[in-house]
Write a protein that binds this ligand. Structure first.
Ligand code: SF4
Length: 224
């Protein structure tokens, strides 16, 4: 039985991909992009180790509640490629081809070895590349201008074509409960938006958790 080390899950996610989505944030990333907003997901022994079967049950419930797709972020999902492949195969078996899978990875496609490619081949849409704090972007669901949205299936081309170059006036963000009365942010805030957002949340009595918010003085973190 394979297990995946995860940081958290959330349903419904509406800020990372079209429609209603189950979000799974994987734990562990060694890529260490400067300005990463998700440094709490770097530790490879942090988070929680969960059975892939339990995540499949979560996915089944999400589909029953109207999920249009699955979004996987992190952390670096492709640093647990075997478990991720098992999860994605099971998701495919469960729901066929009308629910899309969107995967955020810090790797470029050219960096993928055979095992990582085996997992990546099971997704509809890849958002690829390191977060580059020096290359801001307004494109939807990307943290920096170097990151590419790769549409790999017919479903992806049908559902995501309009988003490849889309630049929303302001990106959609969600606030999720993080325990202790705090919150964490789902989505990709635009450069420079975090200080004001932090202030607003504090004013509402919803302190952003330190572990998921590490805005530095000279950079705007990315939030995958
Ligand atoms: S931005 Fe993504 S790939 Fe880069 S360090 Fe953070 S979690 Fe890892």
């Amino acid at each position: 039985m394979s297990t995946l080390r995860i940081s958290r899950t959330h349903f419904p996610v509406t800020a990372l991909g079209p429609g209603l989505r189950l979000g799974i944030w994987v734990q562990g990333c060694t890529l260490a992009c400067k300005g990463c907003m998700s440094q709490d997901t770097w530790n490879p022994v942090g988070g929680t180790e969960v059975e892939v079967d339990d995540l499949v049950v979560l996915w089944r419930k999400a589909v029953g509640a109207g999920a249009d797709g699955l979004t996987i972020s992190g952390g670096e999902p492709l640093q647990q490629p075997a478990a991720l492949r098992d999860l994605l195969r099971a998701v495919r078996r469960e729901t066929g081809l009308d629910k899309d899978v969107l995967l955020f990875t810090g790797y470029d496609e050219t960096e993928l070895d055979e095992v990582r490619r085996g997992a990546a081949d099971l997704v509809d849409v890849l958002v690829t590349g390191r977060y580059d704090v020096a290359a801001p972007t307004s494109r939807i669901w990307r943290g920096s201008a170097n990151q590419r949205m790769v549409l790999r299936t017919e479903l992806a081309r049908r559902r995501y074509a309009e988003y490849v170059d889309h630049e929303p006036e302001s990106p959609r963000l969600q606030v999720g409960p993080a325990g202790d009365g705090g919150v964490w942010i789902i989505g990709v805030p635009r450069r420079g938006a975090l200080p004001g957002l932090t202030q607003d949340l504090r004013a509402m009595g919803l302190p952003p958790q330190n572990v998921t918010w590490r805005p530095s003085r000279d950079s705007t973190p990315t939030g995958e």
